[in-house]
Design a protein around this ligand. Structure first.
Ligand code: 5GP
Length: 125
């Protein structure tokens, strides 16, 4: 699989500091920031700093350090915002849209963290 990364995508511009963001958490390899059009009371996007288009691209080609950092950064956001089941906000959902079938709007891997209300069923119908 030949993965192609568009360096002009909006999250690449955020990482280069060309577009502002509301940062929730930053680590060596990962940035978490608020979604500009939240779909729930809490809607955070978590992106690797490296140039990875999709989840499978990241899983195939990122270093172990990047993958560990990304996974732990998602956990750190969940902990910081007290989203873990049993905490005040009682749980959350992670979504990673990939490609056309997943309706991925921005071609830089991002995990959506959604919480702050009961979110409804995973898929419509
Ligand atoms: P996707 O549909 O690709 O899974 O999700 C892309 C997300 O990026 C959407 O939820 C959208 O609101 C968010 N988004 C798009 N442009 C910007 C931006 O410039 N800043 C921020 N913070 N979020 C953005």
């Amino acid at each position: 699989m030949a993965y192609v990364y568009d360096t002009q995508n909006i999250f690449a511009k955020i990482l280069r500091g060309e577009i502002p963001n509301k940062t929730v958490l930053e680590t060596e390899h990962t940035l978490a920031f608020e979604d500009i059009a939240p779909q729930a009371p809490i809607h955070v996007l978590v992106i690797p700093k490296g140039p990875y288009q999709t989840w499978d691209h990241f899983a195939a080609q990122a270093t172990d350090a990047e993958i560990a950092d990304y996974t732990r950064a998602i956990q750190a956001v969940v902990a910081k915002l007290e989203l873990s089941p049993g905490d005040d906000k009682q749980g959350y959902r992670l979504i990673v849209n990939s490609g056309e079938a997943g309706i991925q709007e921005v071609p830089h891997l991002h995990t959506h963290i959604l919480s702050g209300k009961v979110l409804g069923r995973m898929l419509p119908g």
